[in-house]
Design a protein around this ligand. Sequence first.
Ligand SMILES: Nc1ncnc2c1ncn2[C@@H]1O[C@H](COP(=O)(O)OP(=O)(O)O)[C@@H](O)[C@H]1O
Ligand SMILES: [Mg+2]
Length: 268
Amino acid sequence: MLELRQATYRYAGYARPVVHEVDLRVDDGEIVGLVGANDSGKSTLCLVASGLAPASIGGELKGTLTLDRTPAAGLRTYQLAERVVIGFQNPNTQRSGIAATVFEEIALGPINLGLPVTETVARTREAIARLRLEPIVQQDPQRLSGGQSQLVAIASLLAMRPRHVILDEPTAQLDPAGTQLVGEALHALAAAGTSLLVAEHKTDLLEGLCDRVVALDAGRIVLDGPAGRVLGDPGLVALGVEPPSHVRLGRSAAAAGVDPARIDVALQ
Ligand SMILES: Nc1ncnc2c1ncn2[C@@H]1O[C@H](COP(=O)(O)OP(=O)(O)O)[C@@H](O)[C@H]1O
Ligand SMILES: [Mg+2]
């Protein structure tokens, strides 16, 4: 379980916080979606929830981050890394730069955790299979497409088998097939008891993936509830978030005088 209580975070050198009084709990096996307009504070909240802010990037956090009942403030960096991993929107920032092949890149996480070779290889193979990366395992990680890089970055996180996963727009560079693969991999992680926080613009993905969704506005949580309810909330558009396609279709139908129930039936 990962829990933020009254988290208010200010970047180093800035007078004002960009995340305000956030209370957020992600239970084991739960996937919580995070939506909000650009600049609403999603990435910053991901950094705070991962413990990187303030431990690695500085700034000031008021309130607490707790991981499985242990306050993150008391953990060393390596202890934090064993418990929670974060995937960034741009996979290039995550690539090690030292691995010659995709296989090695994915294996680096388990190696850094000090795991035995057999365990490292088993986890690496499992992550590769999960994201169907077999055709590119021998390729140079520096020479991948944006979508391939994103899948490799996610596989690298999976191979660490973390208890808590924070993902900042994990499918930003992926086509629908890649997005679906990531969705399936995240479902499997949650089924194994991992808690996940996923910032994402693709609300269609979140609706199928998440138990709960929270919406941010100017660094504050303004909606928090079951995915279907939050993503169907009439106030979502005003927050700068595009509702899932079936919600938009239903609204267009209603505006055109067609009974939305008939469209829902037709879609099934
Ligand atoms: N490294 C940083 N230093 C100072 N301010 C930042 C930094 N990163 C983001 N911000 C500011 O924090 C606010 C929230 O940004 P961000 O968390 O990136 O939002 P989102 O991910 O929702 O687009 C913005 O006003 C942005 O300018
Ligand atoms: Mg962002």
